[in-house]
Design a protein around this ligand. Structure first.
Ligand code: T5A
Length: 221
């Protein structure tokens, strides 16, 4: 049976990597087989493209070129990592996916939505997340957390954008989630890690009803 595909989205420092890892651990504790991955990256080819994108080397070529590079990375990631894992019945938990291109390059970068759609068709095909968490925090808090995570290193290509960029990013994610309520759940991620993880777990449980071998054993005993 095909596994489930869960993605985490949101602005900088909203806690996506943290919550993706915590959810993966909880699913594994049920006895499910889980793959934790991220974008840009998640496959050897895509990790090379990640380096080019986050260094800012592609910025001078404009948002269309960056969108193509994100799509090239995604194409490799989907084919080499995500689809094989889902076919093996694994649950795939992914830190960012196609919504990031819709929001960063589409809404913020003003790339033509038809171009974004065409790239998505080529790189993603029929694959769609079963559930997407949009983590939401006030911009100042997200940027503060992202700076803590960097531990003094310089901000990457997108963290270095102005505060207005991050405000628009937040609005764009909330609009995206409102447009697809069956797939997207907005989680207020300004509380502590454990409190946010509980909100994520409650939503994953009610939407996807994960039942791994250990849960079934417990119910039977
Ligand atoms: N991008 C990506 C595009 O433009 N288009 C695309 O198509 C794609 C896929 C990726 C960049 O590329 C852009 C978007 C991004 O700018 P990245 O390095 O992967 O770059 O950056 P982010 O995904 O933004 O990751 P961040 O690390 O900045 O943010 P996270 O993952 O949201 O936050 P996380 O979990 O690393 O937490 C940050 C810090 O906060 C702490 C953590 O311990 C950590 O120190 N923290 C909390 N502290 C208190 N309370 C909580 N609840 C906390 N949760 C986490």
């Amino acid at each position: 049976m095909r596994g489930k595909f869960i993605t985490f989205e949101g602005g900088e420092g909203t806690g996506k990597s943290t919550q993706a890892a915590m959810l993966a651990m909880r699913l594994e504790a049920l006895g499910l087989s889980v793959l934790l991955t991220r974008e840009p990256g998640g496959s050897p080819g895509a990790e090379i493209i990640r380096h080019v994108l986050l260094s800012g080397a592609a910025k001078p070529f404009g948002p269309e070129a960056e969108a193509m590079l994100f799509a090239a990375a995604r194409d490799d990631h989907v084919r080499c990592t995500i689809l094989p894992a889902l076919a093996e019945g694994k649950w795939v938990v992914c830190d960012r996916f196609a919504d990031s291109t819709r929001v960063y390059q589409g809404t913020l970068g003003a790339v033509d939505p038809r171009f974004i759609k065409a790239l998505e068709r080529v790189s993603v095909g029929d694959l769609a997340p079963d559930l997407t968490f949009v983590l939401d925090v006030p911009v100042a808090l997200g940027l503060k957390r992202a700076a803590l995570r960097r531990e003094g290193a310089s901000p990457d290509r997108f963290e270095a954008e102005q505060i207005e960029f991050h405000e628009k990013l937040r609005e764009a994610y909330l609009a995206l989630a409102a447009a697809e309520p069956d797939r997207c759940v907005v989680v207020d991620a300004s509380a502590g890690k454990e409190a946010v993880a509980k909100r994520v777990w409650d939503a994953a449980n009610s939407r996807l009803k994960p039942a791994g071998p250990r849960l079934l054993e417990n119910l039977a005993s």
